[in-house]
Design a protein around this ligand. Structure first.
Ligand SMILES: NC(=O)c1ccc[n+]([C@@H]2O[C@H](COP(=O)([O-])OP(=O)(O)OC[C@H]3O[C@@H](n4cnc5c(N)ncnc54)[C@H](OP(=O)(O)O)[C@@H]3O)[C@@H](O)[C@H]2O)c1
Length: 216
């Protein structure tokens, strides 16, 4: 990558990629440690959203397009069997890309945070497992789909492809080194998405695990 005239990011034979990996989780196992909920949502969702917004105007993709990869988690799935938002209407709104908006995603996480703070939070309304972390990744996933839609009408030569993926349960500090996937294997799908050969394999607005598309 080359920084050109201190303003725009460009590249020669290389692909222009942004991988949003930073994240925090203060839950151990499947507990609900909500003391740090604000930090979790701020870092994992608002931090990711803000860096994407800051970088897009600086990206000057070439013919093969730029790529954004958000490191997310299956815990953020909208329709997970045991770990999902209780409100069916809200779930449908977040699922339908036509009704999805930044305001809706922000309002959802902010309502969750308000309920954590005022004590009205109950596990029936929100994900039961690692609720704050799950909500933060649900928001990252929803924002990935929204951005893919918003970026979809860019002309050839200025395309930006954005996807998210779950690395699995990885042996890192976040899991206390207890995961069963190595960091190298955990990174594999992210690198694959960032470097997908163009043009026929290019995808956008999708969720992956182990190089396969999974449902939101
Ligand atoms: N490990 C898993 O099983 C697993 C499963 C699903 C998804 N993920 C996701 O994978 C990504 C990487 O996690 P990991 O397992 O590698 O966790 P990790 O070992 O705890 O690493 C997290 C990284 O995020 C950085 N970070 C945290 N807060 C930040 C902030 N406010 N600004 C900038 N950087 C910040 C940390 O930097 P410092 O070291 O400088 O604090 C660290 O490099 C996260 O998004 C996580 O949610 C992990």
């Amino acid at each position: 990558m080359v920084i050109e005239d201190n303003q725009h990011l460009t590249y020669g034979p290389y692909k222009l990629v942004q991988i949003n990996n930073a994240g925090v989780n203060f839950n151990y196992g499947s507990d609900n440690q909500l003391e740090f909920a604000e930090q979790v949502i701020t870092t994992n969702y608002f931090g990711t959203k803000n860096i994407i917004k800051a970088m897009i105007p600086l990206m000057r993709p070439n013919a093969s397009g730029a790529r954004i990869v958000n490191v997310s988690s299956r815990l953020g799935r909208l329709n997970g069997k045991r770990n999902r938002i209780g409100d069916l209407t809200l779930r449908h709104q977040l699922e339908d890309v036509d009704s999805l908006s930044e305001e809706l995603i922000d309002k959802t996480v902010n309502t969750f945070l308000e309920q954590v703070k005022d004590g009205s939070w109950t596990s029936g309304k929100w994900p039961q497992t690692c609720a704050d972390y799950s909500m933060s990744k649900l928001a990252v996933n929803a924002y990935t789909r929204l951005m893919a839609k918003m970026l979809s009408d860019r002309p050839e030569g200025q395309k930006i492809y954005i996807n998210c993926y779950c690395p699995g349960w990885v042996k890192t500090a976040m899991t206390g080194w207890a995961g069963h996937t190595s960091p190298e294997d955990g990174a594999d799908t992210g690198v694959w998405l960032a470097l997908l050969p163009d043009p026929d394999q290019l995808v956008t607005g999708k969720f992956f695990s182990e190089r396969r598309e999974i449902s939101f």
